[in-house]
Design a binder for this molecule. Structure first.
Ligand code: ATP
Ligand code: FE
Length: 335
């Protein structure tokens, strides 16, 4: 089975070709334009998707060495995401499936972040059901009970900012360019995590809150730079390490609670922030400390990519779970 997958939910245009559960190609065109604005500008994102989608699909087919006539189905991200961005991928996928007269398969982006663990890779283990997924990305922070491929239950989620947003907003306060998450991570590895203590939010159950952390970082930086204008440059690594320490602690506390509540010790992470070195290390340590089995995606499958849409396409193809041509994009789309 050859599946062409299209992802265009936010600011990355991506296309992948899968052969069953293996990735033949996974092309991602990142939009640089948003850097100047310090965040994603939806209108500009849609336009860039329009420009990128045809060349990105061509590249994916060429790299996979597959002709479009060999494709069995087209999978695409239906949501959640930015409406204008989603419409580009949705319309493209519908047209191509119609033109080639092959099935169309809609995919939920957040399910795809989780199911990316089922892409077959060398030396890579896949989780067995049931497992817990911690999805940490630019728009979401969720703990999900995964009972089966398409039977998932959100046990907890952020009541305000997503964890990726917390990273990017903290980075912005420190004057770092967008998206700042990876930079905070990079500097954090060089600093002292205990240098500056930040408060952890008190949120009931398995829900999260990150907007208070952002505010306390902002006030802290304002206060310190008033005393010493060079405070940020002199303490950049320690500030980043302290922010990272707090965020990783918040995530691990809730995971521990979820493990206790469900009795499930298999934990998979997904989404852009799963590229973070702090959370990766904390999970690896949890294996030896608490006997958890953890699943950490390859870097390529952490941030937005079409291969994760392709694996869901393949899983749905096997079930003959196809979409019809009336389907529309969904900006809000619960898993
Ligand atoms: P969603 O999946 O919720 O729709 P999204 O698709 O925009 O959101 P992703 O591409 O999955 O989000 O993740 C992007 C986020 O991941 C950004 O906020 C980015 O800063 C963050 N991120 C990427 N790498 C790292 C890292 N190493 N450390 C911390 N954050 C990171
Ligand atoms: Fe995403």
């Amino acid at each position: 089975i050859y599946i062409l997958a299209i992802e265009s939910s936010c600011d990355d245009t991506s296309a992948a070709v899968m052969c069953n559960n293996k990735t033949l190609s996974n092309i991602v065109a990142t939009q640089k334009i948003h850097e100047e604005y310090g965040g994603v500008v939806p209108e500009l994102a849609s336009r860039a998707h329009q420009q990128n989608i045809v060349p990105v699909v061509h590249q994916a087919l060429a790299k996979a060495n597959i002709d479009k006539k060999q494709l069995s189905a087209i999978a695409f991200t239906r949501g959640p995401g930015l409406m204008g961005s989603l419409l580009v991928g949705t319309s493209f996928a519908k047209s191509l499936a119609l033109g080639l007269n092959i099935p169309l398969i809609e995919v939920n982006h957040m399910q795809a972040h989780i199911l990316s663990h089922f892409i077959e890779e060398d030396n890579y283990k896949t989780p067995s059901f049931p497992f817990l997924a911690l999805t940490i990305s630019g728009g979401h922070t969720q703990i999900v009970l995964v009972k089966n491929y398409f039977d998932m239950e959100v046990l907890g989620e952020s009541l305000d900012d997503a964890v990726g947003e917390a990273y990017d907003k903290s980075a912005k306060i420190l004057g770092l360019p967008y998206p700042g998450g990876p930079l905070v991570d990079q500097y954090a590895q060089l600093g002292n995590a205990k240098a500056f203590p930040f408060p952890k939010p008190k949120v009931d159950g398995l829900n999260f809150s990150f907007s208070g952390l952002k505010t306390s970082i902002l006030y802290f930086i304002q206060r310190e730079t008033k005393k010493n204008p060079n405070f940020i440059t002199e303490n950049r690594n320690d500030i980043c390490a302290s922010i990272q320490y707090t965020i990783v602690n918040i995530l691990m506390d809730k995971l521990k609670k979820a493990v206790k509540q469900t009795g499930i010790k298999q934990i998979a992470i997904g989404g852009g922030v799963s590229a973070n070195s702090g959370i990766r290390l904390a999970l690896t340590e949890a294996e030896s400390n608490w006997g958890w089995t953890t699943y950490i995606p390859k870097f390529e499958y952490c941030t937005d990519n079409a291969a994760m849409i392709g694996i869901v396409g393949y899983l749905k193809y096997k079930e003959q779970d196809f979409s019809d041509q009336h389907i529309t994009a969904k900006a809000r789309y619960v898993i």
